[in-house]
Design a protein around this ligand. Structure first.
Ligand code: TYM
Length: 338
């Protein structure tokens, strides 16, 4: 028996990057040996922004293939596509009827994402997105949710919604989940290499500062070489000081994360930016290349990946259906005559 239940998700839209790997996916890989893990490619979440249907289909299969290439093992975890399990959308409705308008309006991701286009044109799904995410989590009675730091607020909302629902309808309807965020400086928040005050993201910031998991090694080397640092010409410019030296500090964090040591330990080894960047580029390539090689193998057999997703949806669906029924019963939705 497993000691705990894990659920996490990743959007298939946009190219996955080093932040996704270091903040989330590599922890998923570790967890699958210990926990009872459900990992979801959240294709419904992708509908909150515009996209081409054929590209969406391709992106879902690509993301699932990449997760397998990164080390998810269908024997050890349950990998599935969100839209294959209808209960996600159904549970989201219960949580939309639990959340308040005010608390959703305060979500920083909603505020950030509507900053440019304005609220008027924003899809309602972008607003209610956190309820769908909370639904993803509570459906699986997840104790732990491994995510990057940018999801912290969504996890707090999920906890609040689960607690509120339990207070209204019964203490044991939902498990109240804990966010599992990597320690600061260990991948929790990977920054854009060109804009070190901004997180690496699929949808925003300079593309030259984003290391894509499918990037050619040459491009990775170039992006790391051109990473923004500073013009410190003192005797020891390589110092870990995120406030005063954000650029070099984020490079130190990255190398430290990849090596499993602290950023100060890495800083001690260098006196110049050039060698630090060269070693970082080599370490990133060494991490990503085997994933790409496996991806190219798996990509040859998309039917295999589709079968993994189908089997995953079967397992996930059984758990989700039981939780949804429990929640329906708790709120007083009359079951059909049996
Ligand atoms: P998404 O698809 O944007 O990102 C997937 C995971 O990658 C992490 N991440 C990062 N970690 C460190 N540094 C970064 N620069 C960085 N960028 C992204 C994210 O924190 C995330 O863990 N709303 C979620 C998807 C979701 C979900 C869920 C997650 C939907 N339902 C249920 C957990 C549980 C999102 O948009 O992640």
């Amino acid at each position: 028996m497993h000691q705990y239940r894990v659920l996490s998700g990743i959007q298939p839209t946009g190219e996955p990057h080093l932040g996704n790997l270091l903040g989330a996916v590599r922890w998923w890989v570790t967890d699958q040996r210990e926990g009872d893990c459900f990992y979801c490619v959240v294709d419904l979440h992708g509908l909150t922004v515009a996209g081409d249907p054929a590209e969406r289909r391709a992106a879902s299969i690509t993301m699932a293939t990449l997760l397998l290439a990164a080390g998810l093992d269908p024997e050890s975890c349950t990998l599935f596509l969100q839209s294959h399990v209808a209960e996600h959308a159904q549970m989201a409705w219960l949580l939309e009827c639990t959340a308040s308008f005010g608390e959703l309006r305060r979500m920083t991701q909603f505020k950030d994402k509507t900053a440019k286009g304005g609220e008027e044109a924003a899809r309602v799904g972008l607003f209610t997105y956190p309820c769908l995410m909370a639904a993803d989590i509570v459906l699986y009675d997840a104790d732990r949710v491994p995510v990057g730091d940018d999801q912290r607020q969504h996890l707090e909302l999920t906890r609040n919604l689960a607690q509120r629902f339990n207070a209204r309808y019964g203490p044991d309807v939902f498990v109240v989940p804990d966010a599992q965020i990597p320690p600061p400086g260990r991948g929790a928040r990977v920054m854009n290499l060109q804009e070190p005050d901004r997180k690496m993201s699929k949808s925003a910031g300079s593309p030259q500062g984003v290391i894509g998991l499918m990037d050619d090694p040459k491009d990775i080397e170039r992006k790391v070489r051109r990473a923004v640092t500073d013009a410190d010409d003192g005797p020891d410019p390589v110092r870990y000081d995120p406030a005063a030296k954000p650029g070099v500090s984020s490079l130190l964090e990255l190398l430290a994360t990849l090596e499993g040591v602290g950023p100060d330990d890495v800083a001690d080894r260098y006196t110049r930016y050039g060698p630090l960047k060269a070693d970082l580029a080599a370490a990133v390539v060494a991490t990503i290349e085997p994933i790409q090689a496996r991806f190219r193998e798996l990509e040859k057999d998309p039917d295999h990946v589709r079968r993994v997703l189908r089997d995953g949806a079967d397992k996930a669906g059984a758990v989700a259906a039981a939780t949804l029924r429990r929640a329906y019963d708790a709120v007083g939705l009359l079951p059909p005559a049996g």
